[in-house]
Design a protein around this ligand. Structure first.
Ligand code: SF4
Ligand code: SF4
Length: 224
């Protein structure tokens, strides 16, 4: 394995989940147990009314996860809603949505993909052969084979290595307008709890009938 591969991602070894951060520091937890010392079910709410398209989250993610050239764990797409003369542009941050019943997981013949109890869909790189069925199966185009990491299947994992250190994902930290709101579905607090209570939240449109841990607040009518 090359040096870059040693630097990050998730491996299962002797029943222990090993998550390697960008600095090469490893943390181990029993497979299937929660990351971090307490139980969590992590989620992200993205308020499309707040996103300015500044791309700071994309840069922060790239620096953190060091994916192969021209592939990103998160992107910000330019979109348009409404009809002329009422059409308006907006920006849509995208990444793996940590699906409740992940289509990518079903297709993996190596059982390398698993859903953690904290809601994160992780990939065991010690099992991943880079065959790529999971890439084709993801309806959100969130996965890719990462040549920088031995051709293994890569995607956003909510910065597992940062969560272990009680840090939020890099994209959340980088977002000045707070368009990415981080929280715990099981113990919602603060703004995350307010959004869950008051906002109409949807999975990434168009609706694919999949429950996800990334939710969006759609653009308010009349917003400009
Ligand atoms: Fe898998 Fe794609 Fe769902 Fe992420 S968004 S869990 S990669 S199917
Ligand atoms: Fe949007 Fe925040 Fe990303 Fe900037 S950092 S593009 S405002 S989500």
């Amino acid at each position: 394995m090359g040096g870059a591969l040693q630097n990050r991602r998730t491996f299962l070894k002797n029943g222990l989940l090993v998550c390697l951060g960008a600095g090469g520091v490893a943390w181990t937890r029993r497979a299937g147990a929660q990351f971090s010392s307490e139980n969590h079910r992590w989620g992200m709410i993205i308020d499309l009314n707040r996103c300015t398209g500044c791309q700071s989250c994309v840069v922060a993610c790239k620096l953190q996860n060091r994916t192969v050239e021209n592939r990103f764990n998160t992107e910000v797409l330019e979109k348009e809603t409404g009809e002329y003369p009422d059409a308006r542009p907006y920006f849509m941050p995208t990444q793996c949505n940590q699906c409740d019943d992940p289509p990518c997981m079903e297709t993996c013949g190596e059982q390398a993909i698993f859903k953690m109890e904290n809601g994160i869909v992780a990939t065991d790189w010690s099992k991943c052969t880079g065959q790529g069925d999971c890439v084709d199966a993801c309806p959100y185009d969130a996965r890719f084979l990462d040549a920088r990491f031995g051709g293994r299947s890569d995607k956003c994992d909510f910065c597992l290595h940062r969560l272990e250190k009680a840090m939020v994902p890099a994209c959340v930290e980088a977002c000045a307008p707070k368009a990415r709101i981080w929280g715990d579905f099981d113990k919602p607090e603060g703004e995350f709890a307010d959004y869950l209570k008051k906002a109409e939240l949807i999975s990434r449109p168009p609706d694919r009938g999949i429950e996800t841990s990334v939710l969006y607040k759609w653009i308010a009518r009349g917003a400009s």
